[in-house]
Design a protein around this ligand. Structure first.
Ligand code: OFO
Length: 169
């Protein structure tokens, strides 16, 4: 049976993961609208991964005989005006998710919940990967500029991203 404090913070994290999916979908719609289908693909694939992150938490709470609780998901704020600005927003967002996962990990240690401590390691590693992927795209945009030809090539590259499902096991 899962500790109630841990159950509560994991439920809050489910909400954050689904909010992330909303945010990435809003970005995907923006990119599609401005004709950057590769950027749109990249953010749409990311939205699907965020749903997986939420579902892994969902399955874990159930596996520990806990209660899943759904709270209202906030609407994404969508002031998107150009690709670099959107990716900088993504980077800030992912840093905040990393901080939130760190708080979960810290609480598992305080509560001596070693099963959840072990479970949350996957998220810690995933956040390192997510921040790195985003930062690398930002670096490319800064290095090569935001001329249309640069965006065109980057768009072709981002179009190649494929969704790979993550599951709780
Ligand atoms: Fe779920 O990692 Fe991004 O937000």
């Amino acid at each position: 049976m899962i500790n109630k404090k841990i159950e509560e913070i994991l439920n809050a994290q489910i909400n954050k993961e689904f909010y992330s999916a909303y945010l990435y979908l809003a970005m995907s719609a923006y990119f599609d609208e401005v004709g950057l289908q590769g950027f749109s693909n990249w953010t749409k694939v990311q939205a699907r991964e965020e749903v997986d992150h939420g579902m892994i938490l969902f399955d874990y709470i159930i596996a520990r005989n806990g209660n899943v609780e759904f709270k209202q998901i906030e609407a994404p704020t969508g002031d998107f005006h150009e690709p670099l600005q959107v990716f900088e927003m993504i980077y800030e967002h992912e840093k905040s998710v990393t901080a939130s996962i760190d708080v979960v990990a810290g609480m598992t240690e305080d509560e001596c919940d070693l099963a959840t401590r072990n479970f949350i390691d996957w998220y810690i590693a995933e956040q390192v990967e997510e921040e790195k992927n985003v930062y690398e795209i930002i670096k490319k945009m800064k290095m090569f500029g935001s001329e249309k030809s640069v965006l065109y090539h980057l768009d072709l590259e981002l179009a190649k991203r494929e969704y790979r499902q993550h599951k709780y096991s």
